[in-house]
Ligand binder design. Structure first.
Ligand code: CU
Length: 439
């Protein structure tokens, strides 16, 4: 039985102290590890000044443990505890965070690794790489930032960022962050992955984007990467130089590390900032350091597209005939100026649940009619992307402006499940609805 205590704490950022909220006083929270088939029990003590909950992002668990207040459980009120108990069905790289206001954009997030001895990855070292954008307790708080965004007009641009990226189809983000972190460490104070690998070791990186409003373009200097999993599920291995990781997405990659010290860089896409860390082999000279500010050819090399991803045979969904998959159109609507992000033109407060019957095959067809990309996340299921046989299994998918992307799955986990944008500010503004099982 594990325990977590959510509470206010202080967080050091390269010599600057931020007041924030975190699990057990560390940012990100310490890695929670279990094995496929385990019964996980976690007691959460809430010492925050407001209610909280925990969502186990990406796991298809029993609905009552999904951590969405008012939908799957009551609030965990300040001064109280709640014990989550669930069996983990699948191995892979996941994470957890509150589903309550903008708490995710504080320090309340942590990696969740489900070990699977049969996952086909033979690595000498295994590192978690948690990416995060940070503003809490530096000059502002996430709640103040949302107010600024909501009250923005042409005369008051607040701290709005004019971030654009061709990889994201235009507008890259709404919020400007003073820091971008890898495993809680800012660019000015980067970590070195430990224990250090030997030259020639096979290194596994479990990349998790825990940010509120930032996609990262991730690369390792001097190395290409073999993508083995996305969102916990195996794919046919594909070799790339860089990976674009939206909020909520995960990628597992492997690489054979060469002797030396290497920059590990996560470019804040469209924001002209970066997070960084150091990958150093044991035989590297103690005095050598990589230049983390240098241009990295890998960042501009071959980057992973969804079209490059195919589910590994063991996790390919056995789809019915196309006509037996019911399309459910979901328009992604709203905009920056009104800050009225929604689904089918309405905010979550006015949502009509998306009704499905148990065992029905459906396709959530996200059509992005807004001017900005959205990382759309479905709780409680691991759909495949697109209708072609062998589409990758993903619980979070980036939908660019003017694109339509389908999440196809069999409704096999009854309950009330959130469907929402994983931009924390878009979610809070109302870009969410509910998948609801009916008889
Ligand atoms: Cu969004």
């Amino acid at each position: 039985m594990a325990s977590l205590r959510a509470a206010p704490t202080e967080f050091e950022l390269a010599g600057r102290t931020a007041r924030t909220w975190a699990y057990d006083g560390v940012v990100p929270g310490k890695v929670l590890r279990a094995s496929v088939g385990d019964l996980v029990e976690v007691t959460v003590a809430n010492d925050l000044p407001e209610a909280t909950s925990i969502h186990w992002h990406g796991l298809s668990i029993v609905n009552g443990m999904d951590g969405v207040p008012a939908l799957t459980q009551g609030d965990i009120e300040p001064g109280t505890e709640f014990t989550y108990r669930f069996v983990v069905p699948d191995g892979g790289t996941y994470w957890f965070h509150p589903h309550h206001g903008l708490q995710l954009d504080r320090g309340l997030l942590a990696p969740l690794i489900i070990d699977d001895p049969d996952d086909g990855v033979d690595a000498d070292v295994d590192y978690v790489v948690m990416l995060d954008d940070w503003l809490d307790g530096v000059d502002t708080t996430p709640d103040d930032e949302l107010l600024a965004l909501q009250s923005m007009d042409m005369g008051n641009m607040g701290s709005m960022v004019m971030a654009t990226s061709p990889l994201l189809g235009g507008d890259a983000g709404d919020v400007s962050y003073p820091y971008h972190l890898i495993n809680g460490r800012p660019f000015e104070d980067p970590l070195t992955f430990a224990p250090e690998p030997r030259s020639g070791d096979r290194v596994r990186l479990r990349i998790i984007n825990g940010a509120g409003d930032t996609a990262y373009r991730f690369a390792v200097g001097g190395h290409s990467m073999t993508v083995t999993h996305t969102d916990g599920f195996a794919v046919e291995p594909v070799e790339v130089d860089a990976i674009l990781v939206g909020m909520g997405e995960r990628y597992d990659v492997t690489l054979t590390v060469q002797s030396g010290v290497w920059p590990v860089v996560a470019l804040a896409e469209g924001k002209d900032q970066r997070a960084a860390a150091v990958l150093r082999t044991r035989d590297a000279a103690a005095t050598s350091t990589p230049d983390l500010t240098a241009a990295l050819t890998e960042l501009d090399g071959t980057w992973l597209r969804y079209a490059d991803l195919r589910a590994a045979e063991a996790v390919v969904l056995d789809l019915p005939a196309d006509g037996d998959i019911r399309p459910i159109p979901l328009r992604l609507t709203g905009g920056m100026m009104q800050y009225d992000w929604g689904i089918n033109g309405v905010p979550y407060a006015n949502h009509e649940p998306i009704e499905v019957r148990a065992d029905e095959w459906v396709s959530l067809a996200f059509e992005n009619v807004s001017g900005m990309w959205h990382p759309m996340h479905l709780h409680g299921h691991t759909p495949q992307i697109g209708r072609a046989r062998g589409g990758p299994r993903k619980d979070t998918v980036n939908v660019l402006p003017s694109q339509t992307v389908e999440m196809v799955f069999q409704a096999d986990n009854p309950g009330e499940w959130m469907i929402h944008c994983h931009n924390a500010y878009h979610l809070e503004a109302g870009m969410a609805t509910v998948l609801s099982y009916v008889q």
